[in-house]
Design a protein. Structure first.
Length: 378
């Protein structure tokens, strides 16, 4: 059987996981990544049981579990500390097959990269365009080189250049969600603690234990596009003064250089993610707001499903099958995340009271079933 070659654009979680999945499907895959050091970003993220199941399918879960810190369940609280919802760790383990864990994005990227054969990832190289002819794709690279392959995978994130050429929708189609998110890593030991989301008036704060006596947090509040970077730290962080312990202490234990601010965007779901021999995965296909913490998790699911389709079918059949298997779930979570993001920005006291009642009174059965659906991968 002739070797089938793929080029993957983007060395983030989606691109590296896809390289592992294609390797398992018998393909030869190369990844090009524009950054010189793709693991340089200092931000952290949470991975849920569905992500760990996808990583297990790629035989890459062990190093990720070693780098991550499991949360002892999940809580939603009010700004004064009242617990509005509590799913303890043992319930998560029993109902969802595991707990969530938090880790540095750099550690996830390194864990995936280390599973690849040497030479699979080329850094400091950008995809600048591509042409599909005669059943092959010719990809132009920023170093002046070209690659001619049987499959091009766009794993190049929310501002994907591969997507722009494939679907004709560039970054101008991104939808600003109405808020930035500040993320940080604090020198603060939470010990064994649940993952926490605290909902206040027009502000939210999330908190997860990390390894090494550190804590990962995120904070958000509605703001005009671009203002997150301009507002001084003392101004936005004052919004959390008087919130329950340890929110102010965690903020105080975070050096400026360990805080990153990002304006939040997503895209409206689209009817296709592929054409011919070009396909999108991860944020290039379905970028969502981070309110469910599912962006990376869904990217890992994409990789596994795409790999499986390519192992079992020729490219022309594999790509539509991959889309059919993935679109409903990923697009549904994009819609849910956007809606949750809106509810999280409510500032009107009556609306906030209503939100609290809805969280506190939600019947446990349907709520746990909904979570189980989200956290289940196959
Ligand atoms: C504030 C915030 C919090 C989040 N929290 C979570 C969370 O807790 N859990 C979770 O699961 N998800 C979370 N996410 C979502 C998550 O970050 C993304 O879904 C995930 O990074 C998608 O992975 P990706 O590989 O598709 O894209 P990316 O991580 O964006 O990687 C794309 C890669 O492609 C490279 N690239 C871009 N263009 C080119 C080019 N032309 N040529 C070569 N390389 C290129 C980039 O340098 C980058 O390395 C969060 C997102 C935000 C904004």
């Amino acid at each position: 059987m002739t070797t089938r070659r793929a080029l993957i654009v983007g060395g983030g979680p989606a691109g590296l996981a896809t390289a592992l999945a294609l390797r398992d499907a018998g393909w030869t895959a190369e990844v090009v990544e524009r950054s010189v050091d793709p693991s340089a970003s200092g931000v952290a993220l949470t991975l849920w049981p569905n992500a760990l199941a996808a990583l297990a399918a790629l035989r890459a879960d062990k190093p990720v579990r070693e780098a991550g810190c499991p949360a002892e369940g999940n809580q939603i609280r009010a700004a004064d500390g009242r617990v509005l919802d509590d799913v303890p760790g043992p319930v998560m383990a029993e109902r969802f097959g595991g707990r969530g864990l938090a880790l540095l994005r750099a550690d996830l990227v390194a864990a995936l990269r280390d599973q690849l054969s040497p030479g699979t990832l080329r850094t400091g190289v950008r995809c600048v365009g591509w042409t599909e002819t005669g059943g092959r794709v010719r990809v132009d690279l920023s170093d002046g080189g070209t690659a001619t392959v049987d499959l091009l995978v766009g794993a190049d994130g929310i501002r994907s250049a591969v997507r722009r050429q494939l679907l004709g929708d560039g970054p101008d189609r991104l939808r600003y969600a109405g808020y930035p998110v500040w993320r940080g890593v604090a020198r603060h030991d939470l010990g064994v603690a649940p993952g926490l989301l605290t909902m206040g008036r027009a502000a939210q704060f999330g908190l997860f234990p990390l390894t090494g006596g550190r804590a990962y947090w995120f904070a958000t509040m509605p703001m005009r596009r671009g203002w997150g970077e301009r507002v001084p730290r003392r101004v936005w962080s004052a919004r959390f003064d008087g919130w329950h312990d340890p929110v102010p202490r965690v903020l105080a234990a975070t050096p400026d250089e360990d805080i990153v601010v990002t304006d939040i965007y997503d895209r409206a779901p689209v009817p296709r993610w592929s054409a011919g021999r070009v396909v999108l995965v991860g944020d290039a296909a379905h970028p969502s707001t981070p309110n469910l913490g599912q962006g990376t998790c869904q990217a890992l699911e994409d990789a596994v499903v795409l790999g499986r389709c390519l192992r079992e079918h020729p490219v022309e059949q594999a790509l539509p099958r991959y889309e059919a298997a993935r679109r409903r779930r990923a697009d549904g979570l994009t819609r849910q995340a956007r809606m949750l993001g809106r509810v999280g920005t409510w500032g009107n006291p009556a609306a906030c009271w209503l939100r609290e009642q809805m969280i506190r009174r939600a019947p446990a059965g349907p709520r746990l079933r909904q979570m189980a659906e989200m956290f289940a991968f196959e």
